[in-house]
Design a protein around this ligand. Sequence first.
Ligand code: COD
Ligand code: ATP
Length: 198
Amino acid sequence: MTTWLGLTGGTAVGKSTIANFFADQSVPVVDADQVARQLVTPGTPGLTALISEFGPEIVAENGTLDRKMLGQLVFHQPAELTRLNRVMAPLLLPEILRRMKRERNSELVVLDAPTLFEAGYVPLMDLTMVVVLSPAKQLERLMARDGLDQQAAAERIASQWSPSFKASQADVVIDSSGTIAKTRKKVLKWLDDTDFSG
Ligand SMILES: CC(C)(COP(=O)(O)OP(=O)(O)OC[C@H]1O[C@@H](n2cnc3c(N)ncnc32)[C@H](O)[C@@H]1O)[C@@H](O)C(=O)NCCC(=O)NCCS
Ligand SMILES: Nc1ncnc2c1ncn2[C@@H]1O[C@H](COP(=O)(O)OP(=O)(O)OP(=O)(O)O)[C@@H](O)[C@H]1O
């Protein structure tokens, strides 16, 4: 039996960094952000559905989705994020499940999904790992990584469910406030100490 591990936590807390630690140990990882990106490339039903919902102005001159513009809209206005989720949710779930099931020969498969809780994927997982970080450090990392100003970064953080709620529901909580090397050590120790064979 394959164990499905849902890896989640707020934006910029270090999920993808941790997902790479798993990948380095040959654990297959499905990256929900990447799936979402592939579903809306030019010519896809996903992009067509987004254009029907938000209008042609969400397409950049080169024909790709103007992610920056759509991001500014949906993270600034919760009602717009609800509209986006309504379009994306029915496309995302089957594709995520298809990719997870493809790894049936592995003992462990990781789903890296920022909205694991919000999208209702938790019941599909065998285990959940929630990455936590202090709000001040999260804001700092998000602003540094994405070049966002403080208000835009705070809005993006506020569009997600509370980290303390997610942590309270988790099977494993990983604090990523230390160095990347320290976080790596914690994750590898958990991987080493856990028996996935049953
Ligand atoms: C709004 C979009 C176009 C912005 O694109 P952009 O390239 O700027 O950001 P990117 O996709 O890399 O996401 C960055 C981070 O934003 C957060 N985020 C993305 N989508 C959502 C969402 N629906 N709800 C809450 N937070 C989200 C996540 O923490 C994510 O890691 C894009 O995030 C999107 O299409 N989101 C909807 C798809 C989705 O739900 N993705 C999450 C998969 S579970
Ligand atoms: N101890 C640490 N553990 C993980 N990441 C760290 C750590 N210290 C600094 N970082 C940095 O924090 C930033 C955010 O990490 P990452 O991109 O992995 O977050 P994420 O949770 O996947 O974000 P998102 O949900 O927005 O995609 C990166 O620039 C990463 O290098």
